[in-house]
Ligand binder design. Structure first.
Ligand SMILES: C[S@@+](CC[C@H](N)C(=O)[O-])C[C@H]1O[C@@H](n2cnc3c(N)ncnc32)[C@H](O)[C@@H]1O
Length: 157
């Protein structure tokens, strides 16, 4: 696994944790790709569908340079509009989109619906009060993963 030089907010330990979890839980759904740093970790492990209302213009180029473009499907739009159109199930959902309470709550609520029975949900930025409130309300038993990420296993829910 290579940590690609893409602009983002995922530290090396978080990057490795995303990759390791994605190896075990396929396919992956991501909410919020920005320029593709986290996507590049997930896509080195397999198939990723990623949703972003405003992906960075260099996202697809970054995926090609990283050698993972064939594993990535980008859905451009608001997660509240795209998530209801997906069928799943997904082995892993990584949530790093809107950080308001309503956005985090909506994304987590849909992640649970779209998740495989043995799937995992990873939520970034649980240090944000609104994000933490949403994860605590919807994912009882969630655990810290690494850095600012929390993880929830469907099997424990
Ligand atoms: C923190 S950045 C994602 C960073 C990326 N996961 C990484 O670590 O490299 C958040 C992204 O979510 C997108 N976003 C924010 N709210 C959204 C929403 N409600 N639906 C879809 N995308 C959203 C933004 O356009 C932005 O690109």
């Amino acid at each position: 696994m290579i940590r690609h030089q893409i602009t983002g907010w995922i530290n090396p330990e978080e990057y490795a944790a995303l990759y390791e979890l994605a190896l075990e839980h396929q396919p992956v759904l991501e909410v919020g790709c920005y320029a593709g740093l986290s996507t590049s970790a997930l896509a080195q492990a397999g198939e990723v569908t990623t949703i972003d209302a405003n992906p960075q213009p260099n996202f697809l180029t970054n995926m090609m340079v990283a050698g993972v473009a064939q594993n990535v499907t980008l859905r451009v739009g608001w997660s509240r509009d795209i998530l209801p159109k997906l069928t799943g199930p997904y082995g892993m959902v990584f949530i790093d989109g809107g950080h308001s309470y309503v956005e985090a709550f909506t994304d987590i609520e849909w992640a649970v619906k779209l998740l495989a029975d043995d799937g995992v949900i990873v939520v970034d930025d649980i240090t944000w009060p609104d994000v933490k409130r949403a994860i605590e309300e919807l994912l009882p038993g969630w655990q810290p993963l690494v850095g600012k990420m929390g993880v929830w296993h469907a099997s424990a829910g």
